[in-house]
Design a protein. Sequence first.
Length: 156
Amino acid sequence: MQRPIEGFHRDELGDWVAELSCGHGQHVRHKPPFWSRPWTLTAEGRASRIGEVLDCVRCDRFELPEQLEPYKRTSDFDEHTLPQGLRADHSTKRGVWAVIHVVDGALTYIVEPPLAREQHVAAGQTAIVVPEVKHRVRPEGAVRCFVEFHRKARGH
């Protein structure tokens, strides 16, 4: 999944990490002959790459970034009260992840391209919602579920 670079920081070894809009980090090392990224060596070079996109394989794998915190939770929904908006294609905003929790019953979580997938989610299981990716849910009979929203923790 292509994600824009929003900033940079150094890791514990001093290597540069691009901070992506999804909340993941991706190393952007300059270690020839394996990686040739001389632009990482100067503040101006790094600044020139803000807004460029990198392929985030962690988004492709539906991995929650570290240092997220929950900030909102829906009420519990059942097969009758599940809002039409969740049954139709929709997406979260930039940087907002969600976790669908199925308490009882089951639902199908359908994700549109570029991360196309269909996942059966049963009681006690969760499904990860990647920011800005269209998705929807479909109850499989009786179900009780809720959605928890996550974003980057304050101070990170």
